[in-house]
Write a protein that binds this ligand. Structure first.
Ligand SMILES: Nc1ncnc2c1ncn2[C@@H]1O[C@H](COP(=O)(O)OP(=O)(O)OP(=O)(O)O)[C@@H](O)[C@H]1O
Ligand SMILES: [Mg+2]
Length: 239
C-alpha cells in the first residue's frame, strides 16, 4: 500500500495552474525524487500535499486513509514531515530550542532528551552547537538543523524541498550523506530537487515536473537514460 497516494492534484494562483493534475505515489521505505526547473511547481506541489495552500485533488491518501480535507496538523500527525525550501528556522532561538519545536505537535516534551540524543547521533555537527543561536549557523548547518527538526517529528515520510539550495558542493555532499543515513533508518523520502543528477543518483524512482505537469516518470535509472531528461535536465546532448 502506498504511504502517500495523490491523484490529480492541482494548484491555481489567480486562475493560472501552477500544478496541473499531478498524480504520484510514494511507497513504504521508498525514496522518490521529483525534479523540475525554476517555477515548475515543485514547492507548490509540496505545500499542497501538506495542506498549506488551497488546492484541488481527486485523492490524497496517507497510509491508505483519506486526508484530503484534513488539516496540515493532521497530515503531520499521520507521519508526513516537511523540510521547507526556506528552512523556516527561528533565527534568534538556540539550536536546541529549534529542535524542540519538532516535538510540538506530539506534546511530547518528556521524550525530548532521548529523541535529542538520537538526532545528535545522526548529526554530530548539531550536537556540538546545541546552545548556539540558530541564526549564526552556516548555511549547511542550518539545513542540518531543519532536517533534524523534521526528524524529531518521527516521520514515516520525510519531504524535502531543494535541500541543496544555496549550498556549496561540499555541503551538498554532506546533506546527501545525512539523507542516506536517514534513509537507512527506514524512513521514506520524497525529495524535490532542481539539481537533477544529484537527485536521480540518490533516488530509486522519480518524476519530472515541467510547467506544473508530470512529463516523465520511472525508475531513476530509466530517467537517467531518457533522451528528454538527458537533454533538458542533465545537460547532455542527444546521442
Ligand atoms: N503565492 C503565489 N502567487 C502567485 N503565483 C505564485 C505563487 N507562488 C508561486 N507562484 C507561481 O507558481 C509557479 C510555480 O512556483 P513554485 O514556487 O511552486 O515553483 P518551484 O518549482 O518550486 O520553483 P523554484 O525551483 O524556483 O523553487 C511559478 O510560476 C510561480 O511564479
Ligand atoms: Mg521551489
Amino acid at each position: 500500500m502506498p504511504l502517500l497516494d495523490v491523484n490529480n492534484l492541482s494548484v491555481h494562483y489567480d486562475g493560472i495552474a501552477a500544478v496541473n493534475s499531478v498524480s504520484f505515489r510514494v511507497d513504504e521505505r521508498e525514496t522518490v525524487v521529483l525534479i523540475g526547473a525554476n517555477g515548475a511547481g515543485k514547492s507548490s506541489l509540496l505545500r499542497a500535499v501538506f495542506g498549506l495552500i488551497p488546492s484541488e485533488a481527486q485523492k490524497l491518501d496517507i497510509g491508505g486513509i483519506d486526508f484530503w480535507q484534513r488539516s496540515p496538523r493532521d497530515r503531520v500527525a499521520a507521519g508526513l514531515s516537511l523540510v521547507p525550501e526556506t528552512r523556516d528556522l527561528f533565527p534568534r532561538m538556540t539550536v536546541e530550542d529549534n529542535l524542540k519545536l519538532g516535538l510540538f505537535l506530539k506534546k511530547a516534551e518528556r521524550a525530548f532528551p532521548s529523541e535529542l540524543s538520537r538526532i545528535c547521533d545522526l548529526f554530530p555537527v548539531l550536537a556540538k552547537r546545541l546552545k548556539q543561536i540558530a541564526g549564526t549557523l552556516s548555511g549547511g548547518e542550518q539545513q542540518m538543523l531543519a532536517l533534524g527538526r523534521a526528524l524529531l517529528q518521527g516521520p514515516r515520510l520525510l519531504c524535502l524541498d531543494e535541500p541543496s539550495l544555496g549550498l556549496a558542493p561540499k555541503l551538498v555532499d554532506d546533506v546527501y550523506a545525512m539523507l542516506a543515513k536517514v534513509r537507512d533508518t527506514g524512513v521514506s523520502i520524497l525529495l524535490v530537487e532542481q539539481q537533477a543528477r544529484r537527485a536521480l543518483d540518490f533516488g530509486v524512482r522519480g518524476y519530472v515536473l515541467n510547467v506544473g505537469r508530470i512529463v516523465a516518470a520511472g525508475t531513476c535509472a530509466e530517467l537517467k537514460e531518457d533522451e528528454y531528461v538527458k537533454g533538458a535536465y542533465l545537460g547532455e546532448m542527444p546521442s
